[in-house]
Structure formats: structure tokens, C-alpha cells
Design a protein around this ligand. Structure first.
Ligand SMILES: [Fe+2]
Ligand SMILES: [Fe+2]
Length: 381
């Protein structure tokens, strides 16, 4: 075992054999212990833990969500059919959705570079999902200690295991099927740092369960609708089910807790939620990919922000967060104009995740057998 402690977050893009090879390879089986070097970055956290000596369940909803978490566990090795290889000679994302279409610097790229860009953009997107899932794993495990109530401790433990399986499944997809691993986006990393190192457990809750997971849920749904590989669609289907439970838990738990805060404490959390949303908007800009392809990062950023489609997409990602902030009481008069400026206040009256749709959450893993990849491909052509 070799563990290297680094001072700075790595910024290099890793390319594995799978990228250059013909198809997917089971990377784990090719690596010997000598190949594996763990790169670790230390963070310090003033965690205030709490025992719970009551052991009585006070909230039937949280207990029911915990039970559902146990029942709906899935196993990435058994519940996903990994046998289908999506050819690297085809676009894996719908190229029509690329905001750089018609932009001279992008159009100057050769066809093979455009194809490579298409794959890199997905690789970057999935890497941010993977890093975000690791953040969720670390935060959920902190919540087991910090959350003051019995129900929340058990629920956080079940979420911790969910997040471990999410890290596993995105890692496997990236390593075995794409072979390009991007570093964590600096804005996402900054928010994770803040959440992991802040001593206030409810702020961890707001940052992770409402902001990061609310945005992830919308982003997973978008990628699921636009990606061509049925294997990834199945993965996202399973992860989305778990995340819907996590967000529901966060809204239900915080809705009660926020009422116990003073007005000043509430404003403090409301401003934090607003600032976290600003950071997450920046996290959606794929600067590392622009640089990899020699595209001027500022020009590409401006193009991304200008594109009407991207504007809709970026705003759509907040359609879960804003109604949930309203529901838990953090869309205060002080922050409302700030959200208005971002152009996302209009979502406040959309459905929130506070009223639990048990029928939806209780559905079996697959309502019908998942589409066989080969059939899916045949029908999409
Ligand atoms: Fe997750
Ligand atoms: Fe989650």
C-alpha cells in the first residue's frame, strides 16, 4: 500500500488503457498492488458529535425512508448489465446539444477532435458526479456522528452506504468504459471543503442534501435523457432513485429543524444556501475540457453563458433546489432578490420534495426488465 499525501488538489487529467483500447476492460483485474498509489489530501474538521440515548423513533417518515433504503439496495455488479460496449467511434452524447456548434474556434477542430471532445465532455461531467459522490459519502458519514436524533443517525448510515455504491458505480464506468478521469472542478471542491469543515451539522445538511444533491438529481436526469449508452442510462436510473430519497430526507428533516433557529441563524443559513448556489453555477463550466482542446477558456465560458440552451439548462438544474429552500424556510426576504438576479426565483412555486410520494419512492428497482442494450441501440437507430 502506498499513500501519498498531497498539499494541493490534483489538476491532471488521467488517461487509462481503456481509452486507447478497442473496448471496455476490467481495470481492477489488471492492476497489481504495486500499481496502486493512493493520493490523499487532508482536511481538518471540528466535528461536534452527539450520542443519542433515547433510541425511540420520533418521526415515522424518516423511519420509513430508512426502511426503504434497506429494501431498495442494489448492487452495481449484479443489477447492471455491463456486457454491452458502446463504440468509441460514435458520439456518446447528442452532438446537437453542444453550445459550441457554429462557434468558429470549435468548428476549426477536425472531425476526430470533435468526436474526442464529445467523449471528454461526458468524462468530465461524470468525473464531477464521481467527486461529488465522494463528497456525499464523507458528509453522510459525518452526519451519522453529528445528527442529534436517533432516526437521522440510522438514516445517515444508510445514506452513507448508498453514497459508497454511487462512488463505486461512477468510478467503474469511468475507468472501465471511458478511460479518461478528470480532476475535481475547483468550485465543487471549494463547496465540499466548506461543507466538510464547517462545525455546524445543519449547514452540512443544507449544503449536501439540498444544494449539491438537489442539483445532482436534475443533472443526472438531464444526462440520462441525452446520453446514448444504455448502460449509463441504467446506472443513472438506479442512482436517481436513491438521490430522490436523500433529498426527501433532507427537506423533511430540515423543515422541522429550521423552525427552531433564531431569525439571525436562519438568515445566516439562507445566505450560505444562496452563496452555495452561485458556486454551483460556476461548477457547471467545463474549463478543464476547454483547455484540453486548446479552446480559449474565457471565450468558451462566455459562449457557454450566452447560449440560450445552456441558460435554460443551467436554470433547469435549480428547479429542485429553489422550491426546497422555500419549503424549509430559507428563501427569506433578504435572499429572494439575490435569487431573482440569478434568474431562478421563478421556480419557487414548483413542486418541492417535502410531500413524500411514497408510491414513487417504493417502486421496485426496475418496473420492467431493463432494456437490453443491443435492443435499445437497435430501436434508437
Ligand atoms: Fe449519491
Ligand atoms: Fe445522495
Amino acid at each position: 500500500m502506498k499513500i501519498t499525501i498531497v498539499e494541493e488538489t490534483p489538476t491532471n487529467i488521467e488517461t487509462l488503457d481503456t481509452w486507447d483500447g478497442a473496448g471496455s476492460e476490467d481495470i481492477e483485474h489488471k492492476l497489481t498492488p504495486a500499481h496502486v498509489e493512493d493520493i490523499a489530501e487532508i482536511f481538518q474538521t471540528p466535528l461536534t458529535g452527539a450520542y443519542n440515548w433515547d433510541y425511540k423513533s420520533a418521526d415515522g417518515r424518516i423511519k420509513k425512508l430508512y426502511k426503504l433504503g434497506k429494501e431498495l439496495n442494489w448492487n452495481a455488479e449484479l443489477d447492471i448489465d455491463w456486457s454491452y460496449d458502446f463504440p468509441k467511434t460514435q458520439n456518446i452524447m447528442d452532438p446537437a446539444l453542444n453550445p459550441f456548434n457554429g462557434w468558429a474556434p470549435f468548428e476549426a477542430l477536425s472531425e476526430s477532435e470533435k468526436l474526442r471532445y464529445n467523449w471528454h465532455y461526458l468524462a468530465w461531467t461524470l468525473a464531477q458526479f464521481m467527486h461529488g459522490e465522494q463528497g456525499a459519502l464523507l458528509v453522510a458519514s459525518q452526519l451519522v456522528s453529528c445528527a442529534p436524533t436517533y432516526d437521522a443517525k440510522l438514516y445517515s448510515a444508510s445514506q452513507t452506504f448508498d453514497e459508497a455504491r454511487h462512488v463505486e458505480v461512477f468510478t467503474r464506468y469511468l475507468q472501465d468504459r471511458i478511460g479518461i478521469v478528470y480532476p475535481v472542478n475547483k468550485h465543487l471542491k471549494a463547496l465540499l471543503d466548506k461543507i466538510l469543515t464547517d462545525p455546524r451539522w445543519d449547514l452540512k445538511f443544507i449544503g449536501m442534501q439540498i444544494i449539491i444533491e438537489g442539483l445532482a438529481l436534475a443533472a443526472f436526469n438531464t444526462v440520462r435523457m441525452t446520453v446514448m449508452d444504455p448502460v449509463l442510462q441504467n446506472i443513472l436510473h438506479l442512482v436517481i432513485r436513491d438521490e430522490a430519497r436523500h433529498v426527501t430526507f433532507g427537506v423533511n428533516y430540515l423543515e422541522q429543524f429550521v423552525t427552531t433557529l433564531s431569525q439571525e441563524e436562519k438568515e445566516d443559513r439562507a445566505v450560505f444556501a444562496y452563496e452555495a448556489c452561485c458556486v454551483m453555477r460556476e461548477r457547471l463550466i467545463a474549463t478543464d475540457v476547454f483547455e484540453e482542446f486548446g479552446l480559449d477558456a474565457e471565450g468558451a465560458r462566455a459562449r457557454t453563458l450566452e447560449a440560450e440552451m445552456m441558460e435554460h439548462f443551467r436554470n433547469f438544474l435549480f428547479t429542485r433546489i429553489i422550491p426546497n429552500l422555500r419549503r424549509i424556510g430559507l428563501l427569506t426576504d433578504k435572499v429572494r432578490p439575490l435569487f431573482e438576479e440569478l434568474g431562478i426565483l421563478a421556480y419557487e412555486n414548483m413542486a418541492d420534495d417535502g410531500d413524500i410520494d411514497w408510491a414513487e419512492l417504493q417502486k421496485p428497482l426496475y418496473e420492467e426488465a431493463p432494456e437490453k442494450p443491443a435492443e435499445a441501440l437497435a430501436t434508437s437507430n
